[in-house]
Design a protein around this ligand. Structure first.
Ligand code: S3P
Length: 423
């Protein structure tokens, strides 16, 4: 589906942001580990989370939709077969987290995915799992992964990069391994796994960037998924840069390991307010009001990077409207996402007039730049690039045509109607 985005005259109104992708994945996976019945409210209908849901069905769970986005998962018959072939689609989170879950069980499983996922690095999870004694066959550390599951040994592992997927993979292997498994990260990455495992009564504790887990049986409970701040980010940036905008984004997850975008926007001088902060299933939630803002440039580097890693493409669009030069550093892992998000973003934003240059670990953007638009852009099968380009299109002088926009369905199928409801 190719779409055309026109210059916007202003965004006004209220949107309820759909479910968090990271938390939805975990809600289905961890429900499957309880051996009981869990209901999940507000589950994401993005294609990635549906891949996880299909995997737990394949593993023997019964999954029933009780209402829209409300599912009942019964896992009493899970993990009963000796062999599984599991399709992760486009989802890196599914492949990396299930690797940890499956490596520690006496079953043989094959995890495979689409063309993009088959090119993504899996060494980061294979290495620590092999240190725990796991047996893998792989295609030069890429999918398909064949895992000969077995009882593992606990490890004390320092991750070379701050990655929630790597940390979660090891913790999930540790959840089914006798002894204490310990993971230390260079910087704290998103901690949804730790919070949800704790909520389900696992023996897990965190101190700074160190997490410890011991073998535990999870207790079945009902789970609520809050709205995704990574999806909200497109609306936050759009409202900040489109003149005459004032919007409220409801039900946004405000877990401090994910709110780097709010910190950066505040530092840039954005007119942003957090309303009605509350807690849901061990996660902070609130509403965000944001208006058209006068922005100044920033440098984004170091410990904040994992707290806004998925928002960097849309932050580049934001920075194009700030006064001064914005520099993003320490973000080389952006090259390993659904696309090489540094190279692809820079190539496409240049086509519509953004003054942006690629660096090995990020990009540099000159701000206060009138965007010409009037070009056809590609999203490289990457949902976040597609939505970032859409937001840029809202401030371009001439229409922008985005090819293959359907890739937004990976995380945010409701994106277009929700954005258009603010026109
Ligand atoms: C995710 C962690 C991040 C993020 C991805 C989702 C998760 O990846 O980019 O979209 O749910 O754990 P990394 O762990 O590779 O940084």
């Amino acid at each position: 589906m190719n779409i055309t985005v026109n210059k916007s005259k202003g965004l006004k109104g209220e949107v309820v942001i759909p479910s968090d992708k990271s938390i939805s994945h975990r809600s289905a996976m961890f429900s499957a580990l309880t051996g009981g019945v869990c209901e999940v409210h507000n589950f994401s209908m993005g294609a990635d989370c549906i891949s996880t849901l299909n995997i737990i069905k394949e593993l023997g769970c019964s999954v029933e939709f009780l209402a829209e986005k409300h599912i009942r998962i019964d896992s009493k018959n899970a993990f009963k077969k000796d062999r599984y072939k599991l399709d992760c689609g486009n989802s890196g989170t599914s492949m990396r987290l299930f690797s940890g879950i499956l490596a520690s069980r006496e079953i043989e499983s094959t995890l495979f995915g689409d063309e993009s996922l088959s090119k993504r690095p899996m060494k980061r999870v294979i290495l620590p799992l092999e240190l725990m004694g796991a047996k893998f066959k792989h295609n030069d550390y890429k999918a398909p992964l064949i895992i000969q599951g077995k009882e593992l040994f606990p490890i004390d592992y320092k991750t070379p990069i701050a990655s929630a997927q790597v940390k979660s993979c090891i913790l999930l292997a540790g959840l089914n391994t006798v002894g204490e498994t310990k993971v230390t990260e260079p910087y704290v990455s998103r901690d949804h796994t730790e919070r949800m495992l704790k909520y389900l009564e696992a023996d897990i504790s965190t101190e700074g960037n160190v997490t410890r887990i011991r073998k535990s049986q999870l207790v079945p409970k009902n789970l609520h998924v809050c709205g995704d701040i990574s999806s909200a980010a497109f609306f936050m940036v759009a409202a900040a840069i489109v003149p005459n905008s004032d919007i409220i984004i409801k039900n946004v997850g405000l877990n401090p390991t994910r709110t780097g975008i709010i910190d950066v926007m505040q530092k840039m001088g954005a007119d942003i307010q957090i309303l009605d902060k509350r807690s849901e299933c061990n996660e902070e939630v609130g509403d965000i009001r944001i208006k058209t803002s006068d922005l100044k440039s920033v440098t984004i580097e170091g410990a904040i990077i994992p707290r806004l890693i998925d928002e960097l493409p849309v932050i580049a669009v934001l920075a194009s409207q700030a006064d001064g030069t914005t520099v993003v550093k320490d973000a080389s892992d952006l090259r390993n996402k659904e696309s090489d998000r540094i190279k692809c973003l820079v190539t496409e934003l240049k086509k519509i007039g953004v003054q942006i240059e690629e660096t090995p670990d990020g990009f540099v953007i000159e701000g206060k730049n009138k965007l010409t638009g009037g070009a056809e852009v590609e999203c490289y099968h990457d949902h976040r690039l597609a939505m970032s380009l859409y937001v840029a299109g809202l401030i371009c002088e001439n229409p922008v045509c985005i090819n293959e926009f359907q890739w937004v369905d990976i995380s945010f199928p409701e994106f277009l109607p929700l954005m258009q409801s603010l026109f």
